[in-house]
Design a protein around this ligand. Structure first.
Ligand SMILES: C[C@H]1O[C@H](O[C@H]2[C@H](O)[C@@H](O)[C@@H](O[C@H]3[C@H](O)[C@@H](O)[C@@H](O[C@H]4[C@H](O)[C@@H](O)[C@@H](O)O[C@@H]4CO)O[C@@H]3CO)O[C@@H]2CO)[C@H](O)[C@H](O)[C@@H]1N[C@H]1C[C@@H](CO)[C@H](O)[C@@H](O)[C@@H]1O
Length: 410
């Protein structure tokens, strides 16, 4: 199509149309979604963009979640090998932005119908008064449970740690199975217990480290007791695979997990009959029930040589149409309020459960160091679960690490 204003070539040499001129060139996109359950859906959606922009080639690259943050930082700082667009986890976005690695999107076509984004999701894209990402999916965690096993045990899905401990006895005696798989190699799985005791990692308002306050010690005690009393099984490594195998094979009655795990979990023998799968809020601690907020944004590399096509790609991928398709295929939660009105989305049981959960999820500290709070906590969390540190030692060690990371926090 010839543009009404005629084509111009901007500094990057890419065709930058005026008034709908044709885009061209390549857009390399690093996607971190799970291979084997999510990646093929996202890859196909990216190909849909190419159909609308025949002169643009999207180079889809799947980069493992555990490697992508460092890989991007290395490429961006060396100035070679960085992608044009990255699926930037909510905690990575302020980190990359603070380093100058992301293009501000305010005023570009990437940021389309901005008011339609859920405010919890949009919060992770803001840094220094600018917008450095476009929300893709928002998520939290809940209890995934095997209805048949709970029925055989004659118990309801537990709503608190006490009820979980009680139910575990009946599950073990009546079915021989363990009640819960508790992921031990990823500190994200500790957060709902920390929030359940009224605790948190840090307080950004008064700039204080709170991971070594009493609620955190109580939360470490809770998870240690769940494992020591065999209410829960855990592993110090390879937690994702072990958790998925345990719940999919019906070896455990429950696992704490999020929407990104639904497709993979439903592929398990235990859920040949999809009706056997249930999801419920995480168990409350002694103070409350709190779920963590997670998710992913699309972000554009500041050094991209094809900014116009990258902006349009982000606009397309985060459009209401594409978001509805992602939910339909993967049961992931949209980040556009308008998409929840789409009948296909509104009827999705996973969305029906997780929408109120993400609306009341505990907001994360959207500071550049937010993501780096997990590695030191992960070390101590695993040590507590394997008896190498007491809850008190773990809380103190994590607090000391945080104060080194956050110089101006007390
Ligand atoms: C340690 C890491 O701590 C944090 O990560 C937090 C994260 O902030 C939390 O929000 C939470 O993330 C949720 C997530 O929101 C939720 O959506 C889901 O994601 C799914 C996808 O849905 C699924 O599609 C697929 O992709 O798979 C995704 C993952 O399943 O589940 C996530 C929770 O897993 O929890 C994360 C902690 O895991 C840091 O941010 C780093 O990532 C850091 N990694 C370091 C690694 C270092 C080398 O060791 C290396 O030296 C360091 O440089 C590395 O950075």
């Amino acid at each position: 199509a010839t543009a009404c204003g005629g084509d111009t070539t901007d500094e990057s040499g890419a065709k930058a149309g005026k008034g709908g001129g044709e885009l061209s060139g390549t857009v390399t996109w690093w996607d971190t979604s799970t291979v084997g359950s999510e990646d093929k859906v996202f890859k196909a959606l990216a190909e849909g963009f190419e159909k609308e922009h025949p002169k643009v080639e999207v180079k889809y690259v799947n980069v493992p979640f555990a490697d992508a943050q460092n890989k991007f930082k290395n490429a961006a700082s060396s100035g070679s090998g960085a992608p044009d667009v990255i699926r930037s986890e909510v905690a990575w976005t302020p980190d990359f932005a603070s380093l100058g690695y992301l293009a501000p999107l305010d005023g570009t076509t990437a940021l389309d119908k901005e008011d339609d984004y859920l405010k919890q999701a949009a919060a992770s894209t803001k840094y220094d008064g600018k917008t450095f990402g476009v929300p893709q999916v928002i998520d939290s965690v809940g209890i995934f449970y095997n209805k048949k096993l709970l029925k055989e045990a004659g118990v309801e899905v537990p709503t608190s740690v006490e009820e979980l401990t009680e139910a575990a006895k009946a599950i073990k005696s009546k079915t021989g199975k363990t009640a819960l798989y508790l992921r031990g190699d990823d500190a994200y799985w500790f957060l709902s217990f920390l929030y359940g005791e009224g605790g948190d990692m840090i307080n950004t308002k008064d700039k204080s480290v709170t991971i070594d306050d009493k609620p955190a010690v109580e939360a470490f005690k809770t998870v240690k007791e769940l494992v020591d009393s065999k209410v829960a099984v855990t592993d110090a490594t390879n937690g994702w695979d072990n958790m998925q195998k345990a719940i999919k094979d019906g070896e455990v009655a429950m696992a704490i997990n999020g929407p990104w795990a639904v497709t993979d979990t439903l592929a398990g023998d235990a859920f040949k009959d999809k009706a056997n799968f249930g999801v419920a809020p995480v168990p409350a601690g002694s103070r409350t029930a709190g779920s963590p907020q997670g998710g992913h944004n699309y972000a554009v590399y500041a050094g991209s040589e094809n900014l116009d096509a990258s902006y349009e790609f982000v606009k397309y991928m985060s459009s209401a149409k594409v978001q509805a398709e992602v939910t339909e295929k993967l049961s992931l939660l949209p980040t556009r309020a308008s998409v929840y009105g789409d009948p296909k989305v509104a009827d999705n049981e996973i969305v029906q459960f997780f929408k109120p959960v993400v609306e009341t999820a505990v907001e994360r500290p959207w500071v550049p160091e937010g993501g780096s709070l997990f590695a030191p906590l992960q070390t101590q969390y695993t040590k507590v679960l394997t008896g190498q540190a007491t809850p008190e030692q773990a809380a103190k060690s994590t607090g000391d690490s945080y104060r080194k990371l956050l110089k101006d926090y007390k």
